[in-house]
Design a protein around this ligand. Sequence first.
Ligand code: DGT
Ligand code: CA
Ligand code: CA
Ligand code: ZN
Length: 581
Amino acid sequence: MTNREIADLFDRVADMLQIKGEIIHRIMAYRNAAEAIREQPRDLRAMAASNELGTIPHVGKIIAEKITEILETGELRFYNELAEEIPAGVIDMLRINGVGPKKAKLFWDAARITTIESLEAAARAGKLRDLPGMGAKSEAKILESIDAFKRRASDTRMPLGVALPAAEAILSRLMQIPGALKGEIAGSIRRARPTIGDIDLLIASRDPQPIMDAFVADESVARILGHGSTKSAVELQNGLQVDLRILAPERWGTALQYFSGSQGHNIRVREIALEHGLSLNEHALTPVNKSGEPVGEEILCAEENEVYARIGLPWIPPELREDQGEIEAARLGKLPTLIQLGDLHADLHMHTVWSDGKGTVREMAAAARARGRRWIVITDHSRSAAVANGLSIERLMAQQQEIRQVDAEFAPDFRIFHGSEVEIKADGDLDFPDEVLAQLDFVIASLHVSLRQPREQITERLIRAIRNPYIDLIGHPRGQLIPERDGADLDMDAVFEAAAASGIALEINANPERLDLEARYARRAAQLGIPLAIDSDAHSIHNMDLLRYGVMTARRGWIEPQQVINTWSLEQFMDWVKRRG
Ligand code: DGT
Ligand code: CA
Ligand code: CA
Ligand code: ZN
């Protein structure tokens, strides 16, 4: 069994315990273990053999025993016992948005529904609406969710935040092998798509065999799908496919250009090459006549910029290569100067132990300073966010004292400001009154609850927050979760119009589970002159390193440094905040 299969099994155990109404503590033990196993790059079998299972977070003695049982017998008795009690289809129903364990049990007990298909049939026949706690509305919602589920099930893309670290780890191991001259992650990762179909690795070498052999034997590999001397493919423990191609260094440029995609971009580039009498493929440029027959020697490109230069274009940053106007901009010499991680001086959204974070104010500040930031804003959750241990007004004011004290310790080279991530409540009210907000240095407002309100209602709710002069930034504006939850049904044109009018900033939340605003919306917002912020939303020191995903997303959205408030000087930032009230 692969790590992923073991993780899936534990998730199913958690689902079953949930339907049985077990205590949350017991359910979370399996959920957390599943998540940690999915993120574990090393093969569990090897870790079990060397007695290292206990080094995996959330894997204690009981879980470790269960892993060992699965590895030795191929099954888990505890799971089998639960499966005898609960039909598999009832557990599948939990994957439908709006069907939690209570509803699944209700449908099973009261309506004998034990599969997603029979759930859909019952909803279509109008048989769910009369069950306790249900109605015509919730019945229609379930039908909608079943449709969304079917779309998702046919799409097995992985979040960038999972694929990129996996790709980096493998590539860095392969680059240690003598003879590996250049290496790069190509494909959709290089273009910073928020979800990834498969990983494409390229290596330049004159001696491919040892690198290929090491690749298919890598510790993260679960299955070998193909093993050749220049091209191989494997499936990782986490289910991702990786393609590796190894080529001669003099052909590096054409290969990297080709395998970085997108297909749409490449089609345009090939057309332009033909206008120059050149046929372009992954190996080379070849002079051709009007009927496309070769009329000269191959032109090799060792660097990617040579490919573009040969056809009269400047090098185009990979994040832009989606045929979304980059070819036209390149031809006109109007490509943007894209933002880079080093341009960010500040992180304006993070949590501490005061709410649901893991670090203290002092720890978060020290970690941010160590990462080269010059100031941060502490923005813990507000009082109605009870599950996130949101701060009451009293605790907020106590926190302010602590922040002022720690700020004095760090000033003047590094500054710590006091903010809040204020809930926009279901009725559209903000969680703190204006006179409290006025005492904070920088205020974020975010939607976390009732994200499925109808378009008009949720748009109006967000716009009310945007118009409040004490709010400086809207956090993760759309509320999407990658890969499983679409954003709220917002009228983004109306949101942008209100934001531009109020002068508020909108966030690109860098957490790879959010990446919200996503690139296309960030691009639109910036075109309208709306300032953006790129924030880690860190809940631990370690999360601060997620900022790079926000930068990747911003680059994909054509964002230049001055459009992002985290790149401004401290004076410029403080002036802007002061003008806002
Ligand atoms: P993904 O894997 O679905 O997230 O997206 P990509 O863009 O990584 O796509 P993938 O892995 O199928 O192929 C990597 C790149 O190779 C792709 O972006 C462009 C290039 N490529 C692959 N197949 C074709 C093709 O049939 N035609 C063209 N023009 N380019 C291709
Ligand atoms: Ca790919
Ligand atoms: Ca591929
Ligand atoms: Zn947050």
